[in-house]
Design a protein. Structure first.
Length: 410
């Protein structure tokens, strides 16, 4: 690996903090671009520019100024196209093209790709104006969402035509490109596959089962369970789907993330990304599979050979959970330190700074913290989760407890 080169990282997430540490261990200088004044990765980066990682002109200007050799985004969706586009403009190494990055981040392009690739997905319509509502010929209930948003932003489950117009207005308002996708709702178990492609071979590192809580007409994720409770036939369908996505996108090396619904022995793809899951996914992936997804992803960006030897399926149960608040101004989280000491918890990370205003809507932006539980079976996991709910609390600036403890399944 070439030493003493500058790497630009788009987005100051916790996994990107781990990426920066790895790059430093290999002798690289790091430049972080994030619009926040103090994102998690700032403390370890050599330089921080407080600008949007989605601003292509800003990313290109900074990359030129810093004489960047690589531009990376390994765990978020929205900054993947700017990273690919600027890399192409500056003739820098990149594991996939800008056009491929658009397919993986624009839900309309993604759904068309899945359809052309004969990969099972729900029926859908592309929408650019509310006036197109009458042309939608789908069975209710349907899901309406922005074509280019992430983190459950702008999504509505619609049960009838009367509710369709406001849902379209909301999705189009939240979309940066002014487009929405409308698709039939498929009921079943939502699963997530974290994969890595090495020399065109797809390794499925884990299959998670998303744990959900009903919010209005939607069910939003508060965590995940490994291994997912699906059949052998469904597992085989997952393997086939991940291979076909990688092959048809011509992904030779790098991370691949697939969300799907397991239903009646079939698997229907919701969406996919050229990244791995955020928050603590990198930690649990290493525990479950033995693969360091952070260093492997960095090496893929740099064109280095990545050799993987994933572990077999574990008999243990791993769960990740997110901490969500009710409305209020966040101050502090207490009670988790001794749970780490006595191994009730494998990890606990606070994601937000004191002083932020919480809306209580359970989107990804509202995840105040995330934690991991490791157990021999689901019963032991639930016993440990009860201890967490007994001891951990979120406090607002007025001294009120605001942690949502009603969302977890026991």
């Amino acid at each position: 690996m070439k030493k003493d080169t500058t790497v630009v990282i788009l987005g100051g997430t916790r996994p990107h903090a781990e990426l920066i540490k790895y790059l430093h261990s290999k002798g690289h200088r790091t430049v972080l671009i994030d619009y926040l004044d103090n994102p998690p990765a700032k403390s370890v980066a050599d330089v921080h520019y407080q600008e949007s990682s989605l601003d292509v002109e800003a990313v290109e200007r900074i990359a030129k100024k810093e004489n960047a050799c690589y531009i990376m985004d390994i765990c978020t969706d929205r900054a993947i196209p700017p990273a690919a586009l600027v890399a192409e403009k500056l003739h820098l190494p990149h594991p996939y093209s800008y056009e491929t990055s658009l397919i993986a981040t624009n839900k309309n392009k993604m759904k068309s790709f899945l359809q052309k690739s004969n990969i099972p997905t729900s029926k859908f319509f592309k929408i650019a104006t509310v006036g197109q509502a009458s042309s939608i010929c789908l069975e209710y209930p349907i899901i309406v969402k922005p074509s280019d948003a992430s983190g459950s932003i702008g999504i509505t489950k619609v049960d009838n035509f009367t509710s369709l117009k406001p849902a379209l207005e909301y999705a189009l308002q939240m979309s940066r490109n002014g487009q929405a996708v409308v698709e039939e709702y498929v009921d079943g178990t939502e699963i997530q596959m974290d994969c890595f492609v090495s020399d065109s071979h797809v390794y499925i590192l884990d299959i998670k089962e998303k744990r959900k809580y009903p919010v209005k007409k939607l069910t939003l994720s508060y965590g995940s369970l490994i291994p997912a409770r699906i059949s052998e036939r469904q597992r085989n369908r997952c393997i086939d789907i991940c291979n076909r996505i990688a092959q048809n996108l011509n992904i030779l090396n790098g991370p691949l993330y697939v969300q799907a619904i397991a239903n009646n022995q079939n698997v229907y793809v919701i969406e996919f990304g050229l990244r791995f899951g955020g928050n603590l996914s990198f930690r649990i992936l290493k525990d479950v599979s033995g693969v360091d997804i952070v260093s492997s992803s960095a090496d893929a960006y740099m064109g280095n050979e990545v050799k993987l030897s994933p572990k077999g399926l574990s008999d243990e149960v791993y769960t990740t959970y997110h901490v969500f608040p009710r409305k209020g101004v966040f101050k502090i989280i207490t009670g988790y330190e001794h749970l780490l000491e006595n191994k009730t918890l494998e990890a606990f990370h606070v994601n937000k700074q004191s002083g932020i205003t919480c809306e209580g809507n359970m989107t990804s932006k509202e995840r105040l913290a995330s934690f991991i539980i490791r157990a021999k079976d689901i019963e032991e996991n639930n016993r440990k989760l009860r201890k967490v709910l007994d001891f951990v609390e979120v406090w607002d600036v007025l001294g009120n407890p605001i942690m949502r403890k009603d969302i977890y399944e026991l």
